[in-house]
Design a protein around this ligand. Structure first.
Ligand SMILES: [Zn+2]
Length: 228
């Protein structure tokens, strides 16, 4: 069947592809299986062109690519873990090499990531996890603390180098939950930490029991265990 109108032909092709997705996929798979060498040769001969096209596509379809990657990772966890196990040395070597050759880029990325809400929440959660605390600080909470940008000691005007602090310290049974995390300036943090570690009343900062600015602290679950 010949179409004189190229638009009509295109439309028909589109329809055919739409209605025969599985069949086409199967055919493609089959073709690839049977023509591995031919395909590899084509790739070798057109590597630069293909890589350029791929780069271009990725650049123009960032969200789509990220979504595909996310889905693939989600659906292939075991496969990815297995691949990593079988290629660990190679992957580590490649990573080392990349880091070596892109020191500034890596540093910049680390700095940016470390200062992002996601990076901050990860490092707080890691801190809490190695100390055996329950819970997880949300990225959303870190974002709101960043937006608030204040030391929670009353009347403190510091907004530089704020530090994250568990109101009820993890070492004293505090949970790693949003309502138990706030920011303090380095000076007030140091002052509170001295008291946190010793629980010596004479070291308790006079500002500490005055009105918490974020939310009321939830009672840590573990506190109920120490009734006797
Ligand atoms: Zn302060």
């Amino acid at each position: 069947m010949a179409y004189k109108d190229p638009e009509k032909k295109k439309q028909k092709m589109r329809e055919y592809r739409q209605n025969n997705k599985d069949k086409i996929l199967e055919k493609t798979r089959e073709y690839r299986q049977n023509n591995k060498e031919k395909i590899a040769e084509y790739y070798q001969n057109n590597k630069e062109k293909i890589l350029e096209k791929t780069r271009e596509y990725r650049q123009n379809n960032k969200e789509k690519v990220a979504e595909i990657r996310r889905k693939y990772t989600e659906n292939n966890k075991e496969k990815i873990a297995e691949y990593y196990q079988n290629n660990k040395d190679k992957i580590l070597e490649k990573t080392r090499e990349y880091r070596q050759n892109n020191k500034e880029k890596v540093l910049k990325y680390k700095r940016e990531y470390g200062n992002s809400p996601k990076g901050k929440s990860l490092s707080v959660n890691k801190y809490a996890k190695v100390r055996g605390a329950e819970g997880n600080i949300s990225v959303k909470h870190i974002k709101s603390l960043m937006k608030l940008n204040k030391c929670n000691a009353p009347n403190c005007q510091h907004t530089d180098n704020l530090e994250y602090d568990h109101k009820i310290p993890i070492s004293k049974g505090g949970l790693n939950i949003d309502s138990n995390l706030w920011t303090l300036c380095p000076n007030h943090h140091r002052e509170k930490s001295k008291y946190d570690h010793s629980l010596n009343q004479s070291l308790k900062p006079d500002w500490l029991d005055i009105d918490y600015k974020i939310q009321e602290v939830e009672k840590p679950k573990t506190a109920q265990l120490s009734l006797f």
